[in-house]
Design a protein around this ligand. Structure first.
Ligand code: ATP
Ligand code: MG
Length: 405
């Protein structure tokens, strides 16, 4: 019988049988207790940082972790941080995780560090130099060991340059003891190329490079995550095999886990107690490995509008590239549609540069065959439709929250 009221519908949803024992074990923020195929790297980290809790004066400890998307960089570092926190319960230790895509400036990062030590520090109001001095004094005052994980540091360096790295490392030189140890995470080591020779070599010597996952690795990862998230027998060998096969094209564990989650949702929608290959194929049609939704969510409203404008134009013209002027005129139309004041040309240019730095769009200068030189825009390797739907939804949500304020 069809439920008669919203309340009954909601109740029936809550009572509906599900294949998930604990769906939160598949969320993006969940850190699994066991990381198949990253055990060795976890040990390397432990050996490298074992001196953190020793009393004697130690040299600065810093290590970089690199690897392609979905190779487990963030998860490996966070899992190591958790292990240290567990060991260090009695000790004066603090783990600080900062994602540079969200904390986009050196100032924000230093102030976040200072506020971790003392909540009363206001987030703004100091000059950068004052803030550095304050942090040095706080570190010595609280005498607390800190492991700072700076994730996506390559992104910050492409925005703010390498000076910031020197500033951070200098802070450590100016305290009475090495209070801070560092894990730097980036896609690759290109970010060290513009550093001076000795800093460069120190980054190269303490470095963990993660490979993309192969099919067999992904199979083990899917199995271990399925055991946490699903009831016994829901995910068959066949299903594990198929997901590993699909995700092995990119070697991206994030995609494998999204497929697992999506396939489980499809099984629930169809009241099936088992995840069948067909559920995985349906999930595959809805999930695209190249779109990092977290990244799109960090864009401002007008950056999203510029991106959506470029996508619409690319779709409309069916060309691989569009000119910047085309993108700008499409953006202006979109602003009308969403009742927004279009930004000035220089600002739109800045947005395009930002999107390109974040690898969301790619740009190149036109070659032969076009009059004059112009910048051309394309969107690499993605299904434009999928990103368009997601963008439209987030823009609409953002507008709603702005209007309700
Ligand atoms: N060895 C593993 N075992 C279990 N889950 C894993 C493993 N490696 C990665 N994952 C899962 O895969 C997803 C992606 O991993 P993670 O976010 O660490 O990748 P990343 O290398 O930081 O990617 P990006 O460069 O895009 O930030 C996460 O949900 C993580 O839990
Ligand atoms: Mg990451």
């Amino acid at each position: 019988m069809m439920p008669t009221s919203d309340e009954e519908f909601f109740n029936s949803l809550l009572k509906k049988p599900t294949v998930f024992k604990n769906i939160s074990c598949l969320s993006v923020t969940y850190i699994p207790p066991h990381l198949p195929h990253r055990e060795e790297e976890l040990r390397t980290l432990a050996k490298y940082f074992k001196t953190i809790f020793e009393e004697k004066d130690e040299p600065l400890r810093k290590i970089s972790i690199t690897g392609p998307t979905g190779s487990g960089k963030t998860t490996l570092a966070k899992r190591f941080g958790q292990l240290l926190e567990n060991i260090a319960k009695q000790k004066n230790f603090r783990l600080v995780y900062i994602n540079c895509r969200i904390y986009k400036s050196p100032y924000l990062i230093i102030s976040t560090l200072a506020r971790q030590l003392n909540k009363a520090i206001p987030p703004r109001g100091y000059s950068f130099e004052e803030l550095q001095d304050l942090l040095i004094r706080l570190l010595d005052f609280y005498s607390q060991k800190i492991l700072l994980i700076l994730d996506e540091v390559d992104y910050l360096i492409s925005r703010a340059g390498t000076d910031f790295l020197y500033t951070l490392l200098r802070i450590s030189e100016m305290t009475t003891k090495q209070w801070i140890s560092y894990i730097f995470i980036a896609r690759n080591l290109n970010f060290v190329h513009s550093l001076d020779a000795s800093t460069q070599s120190s980054f190269q010597t303490s470095h963990i490079s993660l490979d993309r996952y192969f099919e067999a690795d992904l199979r083990d990862i899917i199995k271990s995550r399925s055991e946490l998230a699903f009831y016994d027998g829901v995910i068959t060998e066949d299903a594990t095999e198929l997901i590993a096969d699909i995700a092995s094209k990119s070697g991206d564990a994030r995609y494998a886990i999204e497929l697992l989650w999506g396939a489980g949702q499809c099984a629930d929608d169809e009241n099936s107690p088992i995840v069948y290959p067909d559920h995985i194929r349906k999930a595959k049609a809805l999930i695209h490995p190249e779109i990092r939704r977290e990244v799109i969510l960090t864009l401002t409203l007008h950056q999203k509008l510029v991106l959506l404008a470029a996508i619409r134009k690319l779709k409309h013209t069916k060309n691989a590239y569009i000119s910047t002027n085309d993108a700008i005129s499409s953006y202006k139309l979109l602003c009308e549609e969403y009742n927004e004041n279009p930004r000035k040309h220089t600002q739109i240019w800045t947005y395009l540069k930002e999107l390109s730095k974040q690898d969301i769009i790619s740009t190149k200068i036109s070659g032969e065959g076009m009059r004059g030189k112009t910048t051309l825009i394309s969107i690499p390797d993605i299904s434009v439709e999928a990103i368009e739907d997601f963008l439209v939804k987030t823009i609409e949500n953002q507008k709603k929250t702005i209007e309700h304020r």
